[in-house]
Design a binder for this molecule. Structure first.
Ligand code: NDP
Length: 323
């Protein structure tokens, strides 16, 4: 276990009689990035009793979320860092994590030596390793802890969490990350969890495309999409998309699973970065990336990742028939 710097928790740290309350035993936590995933995850941390300070790029959202989950609101990363022993980042990309850490009014300059940053963003392993080296010069530890399970499992605190970093740091943060997830897997040194997360999403993205192509072929043959999904889910063709996405977000035409198309394309780009770095020949992964990227370009910004089905319908020249 690492020794955390001594800092008064951001809030609720002293009782009226001036003695430290029970809550003092929990480290003070900062949470940066209050989006689709960040809000339910921060809520779990607050409910576990951690003194919590939150921050988002949108000041109004920061105030609102802080009020909703009984946390303190920060106005900058630097301000947040002054109050916290452990800081979680849940941001779109590693470049944004770097900006939050080392940019103007950045977090790194205000964290005390001995603090820990847990990057739960789905990030790039190379960038994460570079960030860790820079932070280490100020005696700040980094752990990569990306998640899987989407918004529903973020809400229930049942995320799958992959952990990369040194063993002491991971043991120190284990109770905190356990408030957000039920499956914690240590995958290796710093950056390894970000590599693993990108590979997980590569498998998930490939499963979506092939399942959707099967639905398109079957529809044109005259099969019912609902029946096809049921058969796939009872058979060896089952995957996460057949189980949790096709009926819910494609056949329903809702396309609102809560995970952005741009974020999926980013993750596939990271998986291909790792493939290139390891000199691995990956024709299927490259095609998968091309299709998702083309969907992003064709459909435009602000799309949910399940809208890739609409792009597949476009190139097939027909929709999955839901009659
Ligand atoms: P969102 O885009 O919903 O949320 C990101 C949040 O970060 C937004 O509120 C954004 O504010 C905020 N933000 C951006 N820049 C800054 C900044 N400089 N300082 C503070 N806040 C900032 O993304 P998600 O929550 O969906 O995803 C977050 C990460 O988790 C991504 O890496 C994603 O790949 C990963 N992930 C997502 C899953 C999902 O199902 N959604 C599942 C598993 C992993 P603003 O909108 O104002 O820019």
């Amino acid at each position: 276990m690492r020794e955390l710097p001594t800092r008064l928790p951001a809030g609720r740290c002293l009782r009226e009689d001036g003695r430290m309350s029970q809550e003092k035993k929990l480290p003070s936590v900062g949470f940066i990035g209050l989006g689709a995933m960040g809000v339910p995850m921060a809520k779990r941390v607050a409910e576990a009793g951690y003194p919590l300070t939150v921050l988002d790029a949108d000041a109004g959202r920061t105030e609102q979320v802080a009020a909703d989950i009984s946390a303190s609101a920060a106005t900058s990363a630097a301000e947040l860092g002054k109050n916290c022993q452990i800081v979680v980042t849940m941001l779109p990309t590693s470049d944004i994590v770097s900006e939050v850490l080392f940019g103007e009014n950045g977090l790194a300059a205000s964290l005390a030596p001995g603090s820990i940053v847990i990057d739960m963003t789905s990030g790039s392993p190379n960038k994460t390793q570079a960030i860790a080296s820079t932070l280490a010069r100020s005696s700040i530890a980094l752990c990569d802890a990306p998640v899987s399970g989407g918004v529903p499992r973020a809400k229930t605190g049942e995320l799958a969490i992959m952990l990369g970093g040194d063993a002491d740091t991971i043991e120190t943060i284990r109770p905190l990350v356990s408030s957000m997830g039920t499956s914690l897997t240590v995958v290796g040194g710093i950056g390894s969890a970000h590599a693993m997360k990108a590979l997980n999403n590569l498998v998930s993205a490939g499963g979506f495309l092939i399942g959707m192509e099967a639905l398109l072929i079957g529809s044109r043959f005259g099969l019912s999409p609902e029946t096809m999904v049921e058969v796939l889910n009872a058979s060896t063709g089952m995957n996460n998309s057949t189980q949790k996405k096709f009926k819910q977000f494609v056949l329903s035409r809702k396309f609102d699973a809560g995970f952005g198309l741009d974020l999926m394309v980013k993750d596939l780009g990271i998986a291909l970065e790792v493939a290139s770095q390891t000199d691995t020949t990956t024709p299927f992964s490259s095609l998968c990336f091309e299709i998702w990227s083309a969907a992003k370009k064709t459909l435009g910004p602000g799309q949910d990742h399940t809208a890739v089905a609409r792009f597949q319908e476009l190139i097939a020249g027909s929709e999955v028939n839901n009659d």
